[in-house]
Structure formats: structure tokens, C-alpha cells
Ligand binder design. Structure first.
Ligand code: SF4
Length: 289
């Protein structure tokens, strides 16, 4: 397994934004239902179902779902998504401050549904502990932890300084490429993004086409209050950093606490122009659909 970065937590410096490096190897571990298990071979190739213009996947299916789910309840969107894309859909979770809500909705339908978690090796220890706590609490049996392999770390960030000098390149090899590889068997994925999290998400539809697969956002219309109410109603554990002023939690070099008056994502890459890690590309479904 790649070595976790235990170097002192630095302040993030000014960001530079050159093109990302070529894809490195990544690692994949399955968790839940026992000890973590290293998977020595990549997941099977995605079957030739879905795709552009097909009845199951494709941009037309995403657009149709965006319209159909425009006013749907989030648990219903989750339930319908898991049925419609049965065996070909994964939830991508950061196990962050809001993550318990969507994980609970998925677990209520299928505790064995694939959940993909990207461990960049620069996460807060509290996030890893929270992941393990939620796996146990919700009895999730198929949480797959993916991330950069040791070879990729040695090649791209041997001194663990890339977050300060080139955060786009750092996110590319630590997050984007491992997740892209992990999503390759799937026709659809579920995210926890919401419109109120950031101006860049203000137009978020309930479903969109990401160019390869259908991306479903059941919580798109939810506010902070919706999330808090659901979490209280189901007595879900809170991320240990949430009460310390971290409403949005990423890697520790790039996450700072926010003031109550700030946008929830204001603490991500604070002081730089960067607002997204690159996992979420622009939506293909126009506003109003
Ligand atoms: S959030 Fe920061 S540390 Fe994490 S992958 Fe991106 S640049 Fe690197």
C-alpha cells in the first residue's frame, strides 16, 4: 500500500495551474463487511449498455431524468437510480460533513451498493475514522477506497509539496485519475453535490451527462437545513470536524475552517482561484431542465 503522508500540515501557498500530469497507477481497497481487502486486479470493464443516446444511459437519458426528478424527493431519486441502473451504479462519497445523509439513503435501499471513496493520502485522520464509523453504523458492505498508488506518489509528489505548488496537478493524480479508473465499470454515479454549496453549483440539475456516464445529484435542491433535519431525524453521526467550523472537508493542506457568514466551500483552496478538484466537470444538461 502507498505510504500515508505524515509530514507537518503546511499553509497552502499561491497556486499555479499548468496542465495535469499523465495518468499514474492507482490503488483500490474494498472495505465493509470485514477487514480491508486489497484488489490486485482492476474491476471488470463496463458492459456495452448505456452510452450516448441509449435507453439506460446517454445524454438523452440524463436529460429525461433531470426533468422527471426536478421536484422529486431525494430518497425517491436514490431508490429509482439504484433500480434503473442496478449493478451498474456507484455512489461516490467523500465521507465529509454532509455525506451521512446520502449514504443513509443508499443503505436503506441496498447496503451492498458500491460506494467509492477517494483517499488522496492527504485526508484528515478524522475523515478516515468517520468513514469507518459510518461503514459500521450503516452496515455498508461494499465501500471501495481508491487513491494514488505508491509509484504515482513517488513520481508526481515525492516531497508532498504539490498541493502548494500546483494543486490542479495534485488533484489530478491523487483524485481525478483514481476515481475515473474506479468508475470505469459503471454507467451511472451518484454524488452529494447541492446547489447551495457554491455559486458554481447554482444550476445543478438532479441528473446530468458527464460525457461518459449519467451523474445523479439527488440532493441538488437541498439546503443546509434539509441536511441537518434529515441527519437529526435519522440520528446520524456527525463528522468530527463539522462542529469545528468545517462544513466542507477535503485534504488537510487545502481545507480551512469557515466563518458562519462565508460560503460553505470558502475554506477549500483558500487564497487561490481554485474551487473544484476536477472530479466534477461541467454539466451537459442546461439550466431549467
Ligand atoms: S485537495 Fe489539495 S492535497 Fe488534496 S489532492 Fe487536491 S491539491 Fe492535493
Amino acid at each position: 500500500m502507498p505510504q500515508r503522508d505524515d509530514s507537518p500540515r503546511p499553509e497552502v501557498g499561491e497556486a499555479l495551474f499548468p496542465p495535469p500530469p499523465p495518468p499514474p497507477h492507482h490503488s483500490l481497497t474494498r472495505m465493509g463487511g470485514g477487514e480491508p481487502q486489497r484488489l490486485d486486479s482492476p474491476p471488470p470493464a463496463r458492459e456495452a449498455r448505456g452510452g450516448e443516446g441509449s435507453g439506460v444511459g446517454g445524454s438523452s437519458a440524463a436529460e429525461e431524468r433531470a426533468v422527471a426528478w426536478a421536484n422529486a424527493d431525494a430518497p425517491d431519486i436514490v431508490r429509482e437510480s439504484l433500480a434503473r441502473f442496478a449493478g451498474h451504479i456507484a455512489l461516490v462519497s467523500s465521507f465529509g460533513a454532509d455525506s451521512a445523509v446520502l449514504l443513509h439513503m443508499v443503505a436503506a435501499v441496498d447496503k451492498a451498493a458500491p460506494v467509492l471513496f477517494v483517499d488522496t493520502l492527504r485526508l484528515f485522520p478524522e475523515t478516515l475514522a468517520y468513514r469507518d464509523r459510518l461503514i459500521t453504523h450503516l452496515r455498508l458492505s461494499n465501500v471501495q477506497t481508491v487513491g494514488p498508488g505508491a509509484e504515482a506518489v513517488a513520481r508526481h509528489d515525492p516531497a508532498a509539496t504539490l498541493a502548494e505548488t500546483d494543486p490542479d496537478a495534485c488533484c489530478a493524480f491523487r483524485k481525478v485519475t483514481p476515481l475515473d479508473d474506479a468508475l470505469s465499470p459503471f454507467d451511472a454515479w451518484i454524488t452529494g453535490r447541492r446547489r447551495t454549496q457554491a455559486e458554481t453549483r447554482a444550476d445543478l440539475p438532479a441528473a446530468e451527462w458527464d460525457g461518459t456516464r449519467v451523474k445523479i445529484n439527488p440532493l441538488a435542491a437541498w439546503t443546509d437545513e434539509h441536511v441537518a433535519t434529515y441527519r437529526r431525524a435519522h440520528d446520524l453521526p456527525e463528522h468530527p470536524l463539522a462542529a469545528l467550523g468545517f462544513p466542507s472537508i477535503g485534504c488537510w493542506p487545502c481545507t480551512s475552517p469557515v466563518a458562519p457568514s462565508e460560503n460553505p466551500r470558502a475554506g477549500r483552496w483558500r487564497g487561490s482561484a481554485k474551487t473544484e478538484c476536477g472530479i466534477h466537470r461541467p454539466a451537459a444538461v442546461p439550466k431549467g431542465s
